[in-house]
Design a protein around this ligand. Structure first.
Ligand SMILES: *[C@@H]1O[C@H](CO)[C@@H](O)[C@H](O)[C@H]1NC(C)=O
Ligand SMILES: *[C@@H]1O[C@H](CO)[C@@H](O)[C@H](O)[C@H]1NC(C)=O
Ligand SMILES: *[C@@H]1O[C@H](CO)[C@@H](O)[C@H](O)[C@H]1NC(C)=O
Ligand SMILES: *[C@@H]1O[C@H](CO)[C@@H](O)[C@H](O)[C@H]1NC(C)=O
Ligand SMILES: *[C@@H]1O[C@H](CO)[C@@H](O)[C@H](O)[C@H]1NC(C)=O
Ligand SMILES: *[C@@H]1O[C@H](CO)[C@@H](O)[C@H](O)[C@H]1NC(C)=O
Ligand SMILES: *[C@@H]1O[C@H](CO)[C@@H](O)[C@H](O)[C@H]1NC(C)=O
Ligand SMILES: *[C@@H]1O[C@H](CO)[C@@H](O)[C@H](O)[C@H]1NC(C)=O
Ligand SMILES: *[C@@H]1O[C@H](CO)[C@@H](O)[C@H](O)[C@H]1NC(C)=O
Ligand SMILES: *[C@@H]1O[C@H](CO)[C@@H](O)[C@H](O)[C@H]1NC(C)=O
Length: 415
């Protein structure tokens, strides 16, 4: 008995050693551990170098990282690892009370860093977003995956392995229990752990209809997926955006709707004093949103959409005289309700769970939100107000009719 316990603990130490080559980070909240991560990542990035050649570099996530910008919440947490000359890798975790998942990985890289990207013809920061395959992790367990998993998006391949992560750590200490990824589970012993694998398999199949939106223009599309996007300035995040997006356009007398797929999206843009810009490029849609800062308020003033529908010619349309999504500088604009905006007579934009802040972002966080009217508690008053106004009008008409009748009667009598 005792021997087997020693052997078991030796084995466990062995496992810990095997994993501890990569980055190890602990995030605390109120002096208690709330997020733990130990992992190895290799990045392969293709970029354009001077002389019109495409170069490819491979580099690992270094052991020297900072965790500034990481945060722990009840429903959502962020692990942000910044490294080198302005590069960062961040993972967003969310939970539904029973399980948690990584909803998004954003890798932001600085092409101006000549040591990593020699002779790059572009400079500044680019970032890519991808949905990782970390899902259905039971609460109060660590996610463990020793196998390699390569995530491909745009010009970037990210290979993750020896991953041991626990988000939403409960009582300040890392759990000893693990939820193992499917790739680590030998096929022959799949039976005992089927509840984990079987819960993971249906999830992707239910979410896969969303990305293949281009195939079905006529029938109603599923609700688009919410994406998180950001633009980085010299030092820090300067623009934040979170929304699910759908476009509707008319081309050759045919109306087509397409969802914007955040998985695999490249985001870029720039921030200025008077204007800021966010450019999102997915496989099928490129959208540019431009905001201006004017008289202590900001608003969306230009939109440019280019779309490649599954059938027919590419579609492109823009308008730069818009006045949408207005809010005070120093705050963010939010509209959770489904909304549609007519951009041009041929182009409509639909948003769901919209939240943007194009100016004055501090510490990677949205400032206080100014919500659209549809979200406000007062919007239910509209029908009431209309009713009240209408009855008031009726009373007014009635009174003036009565007065008129009396006047004409008195007038008649005096004659
Ligand atoms: C670079 O390549 C693109 C096509 O890949 C071509 O259109 C462009 O003219 C080339 N530019 C130079 C400077 O060679
Ligand atoms: C990670 O990258 C390093 C060099 O950058 C390479 O030596 C190593 O083999 C890579 N590992 C994997 C698993 O791709
Ligand atoms: C990108 O790299 C350049 C050159 O190394 C550096 O001057 C700049 O500060 C970096 N950008 C960020 C956002 O750190
Ligand atoms: C990513 O991996 C795929 C498959 O191995 C390869 O075709 C692609 O060129 C790679 N992309 C980069 C940026 O290295
Ligand atoms: C960038 O960060 C450095 C050090 O954190 C700070 O001294 C500098 O003022 C910042 N620059 C800008 C433009 O915010
Ligand atoms: C995200 O895209 C990658 C490839 O681009 C794909 O392998 C992965 O399954 C996608 N994830 C989801 C959740 O759709
Ligand atoms: C907005 O513009 C004003 C000048 O019009 C400028 O003073 C202010 O700093 C700008 N705000 C931001 C957040 O860039
Ligand atoms: C921003 O706008 C203000 C007022 O319209 C102007 O004075 C200032 O020069 C502009 N700043 C930049 C950087 O364009
Ligand atoms: C809109 O974007 C497309 C593709 O990037 C570009 O060709 C076009 O000139 C842009 N239109 C406007 C008005 O900026
Ligand atoms: C756009 O929204 C209005 C209400 O705000 C609604 O009446 C209209 O049907 C919507 N249009 C589309 C195409 O969904």
């Amino acid at each position: 008995m005792a021997w087997s316990a020693v052997l078991l603990s030796l084995l466990m130490i062995g496992i810990e050693f095997q994993l501890s080559h990569g980055v190890e980070v602990s995030i605390s909240k109120d002096d208690k551990l709330c997020l733990y991560g130990e992992l190895m990542v290799n990045f392969t990035v293709k970029y354009e170098s001077v002389g019109n050649t495409t170069k490819s570099v491979e580099f690992p996530l270094p052991e020297n990282v900072t965790t500034v910008g990481s945060s722990c919440g009840d429903k959502s947490s962020v692990l942000k690892l910044a490294f080198g000359d302005g590069h960062s890798w961040s993972v967003t975790f969310t939970n539904d009370g029973k399980t948690y998942q990584a909803t998004n990985i954003t890798f932001s890289y600085n092409l101006s860093d000549a040591a990593t990207f020699p002779n790059s013809s572009l400079s500044g920061n680019l970032s890519v977003d991808i949905n990782p395959h970390i899902a259905d992790v039971e609460m109060d367990t660590c996610y463990l995956c020793k196998s390699k998993d390569t995530l491909q998006v745009g010009m970037v391949n990210q290979t993750l392995w020896n991953v041991l992560i626990q988000a939403f750590v409960n009582n300040g200490s890392k759990s000893e229990k693990h939820t193992t990824c499917a790739a680590d589970t030998p096929a022959t012993t799949a039976a005992p752990t089927t509840h984990v694998t079987s819960t993971t398999t249906p999830a992707p199949t239910t979410t896969t209809p969303a990305p293949t939106t281009t195939a079905a223009p006529a029938p109603t599309l599923p609700t688009p997926t919410v994406g998180n996007y950001m633009v980085k300035d010299v030092n820090a995040t300067c623009l934040l955006a979170e929304f699910a997006l759908r476009i509707g356009f008319t081309q050759d007398d045919k109306y087509v709707e397409m969802n914007f797929e955040p998985n695999g999206t490249t985001s870029s843009g720039k921030c200025g004093v008077n204007s800021s810009e966010l450019v999102l490029t997915s496989d099928t849609i490129t959208i540019m949103l431009s905001f201006i800062n004017e008289t202590n308020k900001f608003h969306l003033n230009a939109v440019n959409v280019t779309a490649k529908p599954s059938a027919g010619e590419p579609f492109s349309n823009s308008n730069s005289t818009l006045n949408l999504w207005e809010a005070s500088l120093g705050s963010s604009y939010m509209c959770n309700a489904k909304q549609n905006y007519t951009i041009t007579e041929n182009l409509t934009l639909f948003t769901f769970n919209l939240h943007v802040q194009p100016f004055g972002v501090n510490n990677n966080l949205f400032s206080t939100a100014e919500e659209c009217f549809l979200d406000s508690d007062l919007s239910f008053l509209v029908p009431i107000a209309v009713g009240v106004a209408l009855s008031f009008l009726i009373i007014l008409v009635l009174i003036s009719y009565l007065i008129g009748r009396r006047k004409s009667r008195t007038g008649y009598q005096s004659v």
